[in-house]
Design a protein around this ligand. Structure first.
Ligand SMILES: *Cc1c(COP(=O)(O)O)cnc(C)c1O
Length: 385
């Protein structure tokens, strides 16, 4: 088989399964509206949960950062790419979340890959929630350690797997809020069984940071735990991009020696760190609190309305409110009809979610207005007829 044939075959398989993915460019920002080709839709597919990607103070902080530092960081953090802006943001983040240290990464994907690759050895075992993000599961399966997956949110099964004999060390892995279902992990139980087994716990709180907990400190704060490794990302509620690992002094020093994604990759632009500092200030402020409040009102309104329409929701209290529809073709057709009705959302299909559970992934943001939620519900009612 030639390269050409192999690629064509893979593409054809995807097309035949209604699983072919493509992208379409937007003309303007990604807040309440999606604007493209001179048309606009209400946007129910972004992760900008607090609407901060359009926040004037944060946009202006990025501009000022670029004036002071220029556009790029010029190298890896180990060479020229670590600025006072990076340092200040790491310190403020660590202080806010109650950890000795925070280390910045250019993305959540890179942070998860780096931590798992740097920490685990052949004799070790990773025990991860079955629905963990691709960046975690992929890192775990690439790692030389043994990978075991526990049923979604099943801390009893986690305990059973951790109790099996192992030569090395154990790392339990889960998320604060799951990307495709929007539900929360039972973090207190998970932390307790992991501690009993003498392992470490890593929590990826990409969807909880900024949104849940006191002042938006995230899922771990909301559930009163402090994992050994906490990963937070800035592409969602922070409205920017990048990520950080919160950990002890020793783990931070270790990652600075051994995390290849830090050492062999250009660090984020200093101007972005300036903007992240401003985003953190907004998240902690009354403005941030009002945004969280608004978001939670939208979530309740959507769930009440969807229940009245008898839509199949998940057990989610978060900004991610998937409507399960089953078949890929049906999810695609419904998403297209909703677009015709002015509401933009995406059909999420296997392999991102289990087969037979294709869904319309609705995400809500503080930027939406009450009437937007009602309009989405009306459109959903309409397309079902
Ligand atoms: C979005 C997401 C990531 C990836 O973060 P990026 O910064 O977008 O690379 C990792 N984990 C989870 C749970 C996510 O939802």
């Amino acid at each position: 088989m030639s390269w050409q044939q192999r690629i064509e075959e893979a593409l054809n398989e995807r097309r035949a399964a209604d699983a072919f993915r493509s992208r379409s460019p937007v003309t303007q920002g990604v807040g309440r509206w999606r604007v493209a080709n001179g048309q606009r839709w209400l946007n129910f597919s972004g992760n900008d949960y607090l609407g901060l990607s359009q926040h004037p103070a944060i946009v202006s902080a990025w501009q000022q950062g670029a004036e002071r530092y220029g556009t790029g960081s010029g190298g890896s953090g180990h060479v020229t790419g670590y600025s006072e802006a990076h340092q200040q943001f790491e310190q403020r983040l660590a202080e806010w979340l109650g950890y000795p240290r925070a280390l910045l990464f250019i993305s959540g994907f890179a942070a998860n890959q780096a931590v798992i690759a740097a920490l685990l050895r052949k004799e070790d075992r990773i025990v991860a929630d079955r629905l963990s993000h691709a960046s975690l599961l992929e890192a775990a399966s690439l790692s030389p350690a043994q990978l075991r997956r526990f049923a979604h949110n099943d801390s009893a099964q986690l305990a059973t797997l951790l109790a099996k004999p192992v030569d090395g060390l154990q790392l339990a892995v889960t998320e604060g809020i799951f990307s495709m279902d929007g539900d929360s992990a039972p973090l207190a139980e998970i932390a307790s069984v992991t501690q009993t087994a003498g392992g470490w716990l890593m929590v990826d709180d990409a969807h909880g940071i900024g949104v849940s907990g006191r002042e938006g400190r995230g899922s771990c704060d909301a559930q009163g735990i402090k994992p050994d490794l906490l990963v937070v990302t800035f592409g969602k509620a922070f409205g920017l991009s990048g990520a950080a690992v919160l950990c002890s002094d020793e783990v931070a020093d270790y990652l600075l020696q051994f995390a290849r994604h830090l050492i062999y990759s250009t660090s984020m632009p200093p101007a972005q760190a300036v903007a992240l500092n401003e985003a953190l200030a907004v998240i902690r402020s009354d403005d941030g609190e009002a945004r969280r409040q608004r978001l939670h009102e939208h979530i309740s309104r959507f769930r009440r309305g969807a229940e009245q329409l008898d839509l199949q929701l998940t057990n989610s209290g978060s900004a991610i409110q998937p409507v399960i529809v089953g078949e890929n073709s049906r999810a695609l057709a419904l998403a297209e009809k909703l677009r015709d009705a002015g509401c933009w959302l995406t059909a999420i299909r296997p392999p991102t979610v289990p087969a037979g559970t294709a869904r319309l992934r609705v995400t809500l943001t503080a930027d939406h207005r009450t009437e937007d939620i009602d309009r989405l519900l009306e459109a959903m009612h309409g397309v079902r007829q």
